[in-house]
Design a protein around this ligand. Structure first.
Ligand SMILES: [Cu+2]
Length: 170
């Protein structure tokens, strides 16, 4: 349906350009191409979605499922509502690429303290926050990936089995 609408837009644009500049056919063709391309590249009506994820001293996220739409700009806020410091009860939000085994990734993350507990220079990750302690909040913005189901987790050592969920892109 979206493609169909884009085609209609393109046809309308063609018509308008033909009407307004019929003296120079070659120039009109060039402009037509540009107009159609812009309609395809610019995602219409996708917009922005704000997601809030809370975590606490009980080593839990308050949701196990986040739903967004493909191509949306996701503004994700991670709150840590506890009191324990980062060194004892740090939390982050890490969104894994598909095919990455969560347990393996979490194990590798233990040794990546100096990189916010993100191992392998982040190549397995779509997006992640910094690690925060009690009373802190952090925010990231990223583009929702292709339709599908992705794993998210906290990679602070020992947390992922309690702190993970599904990030569903529709
Ligand atoms: Cu955690």
């Amino acid at each position: 349906m979206k493609n169909f609408r884009i085609n209609i837009l393109g046809v309308v644009a063609l018509g308008l350009l033909s009407l307004t500049s019929c003296k120079d056919d070659k120039k009109v063709e060039g402009e037509d191409t540009i107009v159609v391309t812009e309609d395809v590249v610019t995602p219409a009506e996708m917009g922005t979605i704000e997601v809030t994820l809370n975590s606490d001293d009980a080593m839990k996220f308050d949701t196990s499922e986040i739903k967004v739409k493909e191509g949306q700009t996701v503004i994700l806020t991670l709150n840590h509502t506890g009191k324990l410091p980062e060194a004892a009860m740090g939390h982050n939000f890490v969104l894994l690429k598909q095919g990455v085994v969560m347990a393996d990734f979490a194990t590798a993350a233990i040794a990546a303290k100096d990189n916010e507990y993100i191992p392998n220079d982040g190549k397995d990750v779509i997006a992640h926050t910094e690690t925060i302690g009690g009373g802190e909040s952090t925010k990231i913005t990223f583009t929702a990936p292709a339709k599908g189901t992705y794993d998210f987790l906290c990679t602070f050592p020992g947390h992922y089995s309690m702190m993970n969920g599904k990030f569903i892109v529709e």
